[in-house]
Design a protein around this ligand. Sequence first.
Ligand code: KG4
Ligand code: ZN
Length: 330
Amino acid sequence: MPIILAIESSCDDTSAAIIADGEVLSNVTAGQAVHEEFGGVVPEHASRAHQRNIVPTVAVALSRAGKTADDIDAVAFTRGPGLIGSLMVGVSFAKAFALARNLPLIEVDHMQAHVLAHFAEAPKPDFPFLCLTVSGGHTQLVVVKSALDQQVIGRTIDDAAGEAFDKSGKMLGLPYPAGPEIDKLARAGKPVIAFAKPDPGALDFSFSGLKTSILYTLQKKIKTEPDFVKENLEDICASIQDTIVSILLRKLTMAVEETGLTQVALAGGVSANSGLRDGLRALAEEKGWSVFIPRIEYCTDNAAMIGVTGAFKFAAGEFVGQEVAPAARF
Ligand code: KG4
Ligand code: ZN
């Protein structure tokens, strides 16, 4: 089995990992503080930060794994989906590294990789299983028949779950990304405010209506109680979190009923949410499902999941040539 250098640069994290025999030897991620002051990811800043970070990040990943560039057998990289300028930096680096050393290249679909993050370490689910991928850019229900055979059976028709957290938090004046802040504040509050739970039908999700519902509810309250947000911040956060989590768990339950799959996995940055983790564990106990939630390091954007996917593709002989280009959408 090969030693793979993996590169992830689809959004605002520059990440490099070394995978040997499917095992993660190192996983190094450089975040980008530059976006905090803008309240969201600014694509131009993101690609410039990737350019600054990519070489040192790869160097640290190699040294933490106790390897040198000479040990690498293949290079796996995120081809998309993501921000085109950000992807361009990782793809160009991967191609240059492979060209200089005459190594095979493996392209990876970022969403497929989030699902396969479950194979970065034990306990690993058996195929087939059901995965709810919830991140800042995506919300998907996926039937994972095998590593490289994944079928999306539900998706968001507008905002992603992480975006719902981030945009609601922005309305409350919380720093970006607001998901972790809402999570923290929610622990001290109670979900006493009812917000709308838009349902586009089937196994799909919709979160943009929730944002509007929060805005109108708060505006109405502020008319009679000007300090409503400040005085009820914890309860508001608990209510937002409870609404998003209950929408996610309802569709997940429907997906389990429709597919008959009872191994349920969480993936993506929003899996870090304590309300979602606790809610899913409680539901699983009640229904008799087995639950898989990766360590936070493997939930948020990381190159280890790209390397793990790369290892599956290496074994399947799926390589690409130097003509490969990044793709913002698949
Ligand atoms: O997977 P990820 O790191 O990047 C994307 O591919 O989008 O996910 C980032 C998203 C952000 O929207 C962030 O607010 C959300 O995950 N997030 C959380 C928590 N930690 C991260 N949302 C709710 N609760 C958390 N604890
Ligand atoms: Zn992601």
